[in-house]
Design a protein. Sequence first.
Length: 79
Amino acid sequence: MTVEESEIMARHFRFLQALLEQGTLVLAGPSLRPLFGISIFEAEDETAARVLMEADPAVSTGLQTAELHPFRVSLLRGA
């Protein structure tokens, strides 16, 4: 990674940390193979989810691409 890319990824991480502290982010992290990231968060609707996704510095700068996949939990450990 270049210095600029490292700085963007640091902003990306801080962005996700803030979402976690706000209670919006459920989980986030990279897959191991192939390498890609997954972020699961709560949003009121698809428009709000898309705005949040596109506000991520890694996405807004074009360093990473993102796809939105609406998801409904059917089974959850501890629930």
